[in-house]
Design a protein around this ligand. Sequence first.
Ligand code: TPP
Ligand code: MG
Length: 376
Amino acid sequence: MPTTATRQKTKTKNSKSSTNGTTGTAPKDDDGVTDTVNRKEARAENVTRQKAQAGSIKNTEPALLKEMLYQMVLGRYFEQKCAEVYRIGKIGGFCHLYIGQEAVGVGSMMALRDDDLVITAYRDHVQAMVKGITPEAVMAELYGRAGGCVGGKGGSMHMFSAEHQFYGGHGIVGGQIGVGTGMAFATKYQGTDKVTLCFFGEAAVNQGMFHESLNMAQLWKLPVIFICENNQYGMGTSQKRAMSISSVAQKAEAYGMANEFVDGMDVLAVREATLRAIERARKDGSPTLLEIRCYRFMGHSMSDPGKYRTSDEIKKYQERDPIVLFKTSLTDAKVITDKDYAEIENRAKEAVEKAIKFAEESPLPDEKELFTDVYA
Ligand SMILES: Cc1ncc(C[n+]2csc(CCOP(=O)(O)OP(=O)(O)O)c2C)c(N)n1
Ligand SMILES: [Mg+2]
């Protein structure tokens, strides 16, 4: 099991660090933690993950490794573009970005078969694309256009495609945990060996739905993998201020469920933990809870002023950027060259430009669509 990421300590005042962030003495804050220590901790964790990645890379197909890196880079560029066009009013409504968390969606979902099922919350653009919905259909959905994956009527939070076994995109915190458990029940009832990945944030763990679902999934041996993307904040509230015990993974013990803690900056650690969970699920339907510790580099949503965390804290996690980490490991292992990486970046940028063009040219939904797909 991958090593535990250190819980971050934040500094609220007297923020001063040396120019290169590695030497000099920064003033201590109330916790006795300095910015320099934080950055050093981050780098030490990177060294550990790079060693682990070097081992995993040897056992993984180079083509798959390159595709994983491409999907992460595509997700990053896609969302940077979302932020850009949101700011000029091309996208309306809520918009929650996934920047910083790419290793979680890519590492776990690229361990799946095409016919496996996925459900998630509202931070859903990257997962939708990894599951096979085109960047064009996701961007057009963000634009509220007819070419979107749900005809422009769902928007950012409600990506969906039954064809791709991608069941949303849900705005009610924790609501999708019950639906995902039901999806796993259905696939078992139908006699298949499909598994369901059910994503949610750590703030959803305090909801009753989480506990009812875990109990039922374990009792009925449902092939569901609960993935808690622990980015350490629920809107502006730190997990430390909202949860009586810090380990989410440990909560599975209350239901006798297999569980693992995973460093969410390491895409290969995420993939390997998911593969172990898939094996359990396909064998006899056993569920698993994975707590994948990560960090969102952006605000909760596009309208978040972000006053609740320090820039030092953000910098510490940016030091552990999952894309940089993976790219460095693949370069060191000679799986890719700098030229290959430039090609990956270009391919991703082109895909995003194509998606924007498609969204801009796609018409608004027809008026007659107003009452279709409405259940009341
Ligand atoms: C039942 C419910 N309560 C409150 C909200 C308001 N709300 C929207 S997002 C959010 C925070 C959720 O945080 P987390 O589950 O950690 O996911 P993250 O945004 O970090 O990905 C809250 C409280 C909601 N949408 N649904
Ligand atoms: Mg969260």
